[in-house]
Design a protein around this ligand. Structure first.
Ligand SMILES: Nc1ncnc2c1ncn2[C@@H]1O[C@H](COP(=O)(O)OP(=O)(O)O)[C@@H](O)[C@H]1O
Ligand SMILES: [Mg+2]
Length: 239
């Protein structure tokens, strides 16, 4: 990660993800909690960007907006050909299915399903079933180094293995955009590093843009192309 690289891309590059003056305020009764206060940023196709900032700085809010899980109060968010603030609930759901893979701190695996079946879930709600889904899920589990764990249930897997199953589920439909919110926060150092190495390798082989949120700068620094820093809901300008 090169600290000298600015948040704006060189002229001529078309950003893949582009936010302009994005505002998100949560309303709690009569109080307003400003989570994002005018965020503008760009991410190029194929970039691995890490979003840094202390707890409460707006990182998850930002990721939810880019992932079409939430809407801004003001500003514009474009991802590929999708103008997100213009989409209704159905439009956002279509966008998520077509474009986005999510990984979170919690693995959210279904406990009664095997690793392979958990990954197949990523295909079922995209209309891929049966033998095709089974083969595809097995293949992607091999990519993440779990070809020997296809029939294991989450309780029979280590935390590191469970997060790799979650990663396989997130990328099984080959989304152009992978969004990861503190994906290493539930892992020890060794497994966290292994997950980042895996992600780096996958990204070399898949045409995928990655935005990862973390508060652990030291861990992720060697793996990301660029860092965007949030503080109190705003992007900290590069020094
Ligand atoms: N659903 C919500 N309702 C009210 N306030 C929220 C909600 N989600 C987040 N916030 C507030 O918005 C701010 C940013 O939160 P968040 O995006 O989760 O930050 P981070 O992921 O960097 O910890 C915090 O002050 C947080 O308390
Ligand atoms: Mg968060």
């Amino acid at each position: 990660m090169d600290e000298s690289v600015p948040n704006r891309l060189p002229d001529g590059d078309t950003p893949y993800v582009e936010l302009r003056n994005v505002v998100r305020t949560y309303r709690m009764g009569s109080t307003e909690v400003p989570a994002l206060r005018g965020v503008s940023l760009e991410v190029a196709a194929g970039e691995f960007v890490v979003v840094l900032g202390v707890s409460g700085s707006g990182k998850s809010t930002l990721l939810h907006l880019v992932g079409g899980l939430d809407r801004p109060n003001a500003g514009s968010i474009r991802c590929g050909r999708y103008q997100l603030e213009a989409l209704d609930t159905r439009g956002r759901s279509h966008y998520r299915r077509a474009m986005v893979g999510f990984v979170f701190q919690s693995f959210y695996l279904l406990p009664h399903l095997t690793a392979r079946q958990n990954v197949e879930v990523g295909l079922l709600f995209r209309g891929v079933y049966g033998r095709q889904a089974r083969q595809r899920a097995s293949q992607v589990l091999e990519w993440v180094g779990l070809g020997h764990r296809l029939e294991h249930r989450p309780s029979q897997l280590s935390a590191g293995e469970q997060q790799r199953v979650a990663l396989a589920r997130a990328i099984v439909h080959q989304p152009p955009l992978l969004l990861a919110d503190e994906p290493t926060a539930s892992l020890d150092r060794t497994n966290a590093t292994a997950l980042l190495e895996l992600l780096q390798n996958l990204r070399r082989q898949l045409p995928m843009t990655v935005i990862m949120v973390t508060h652990d700068e030291a861990l992720v620094r060697p793996f990301a192309d660029r860092a965007i820093r949030l503080r109190d809901g705003q992007v900290v300008p590069e020094a």
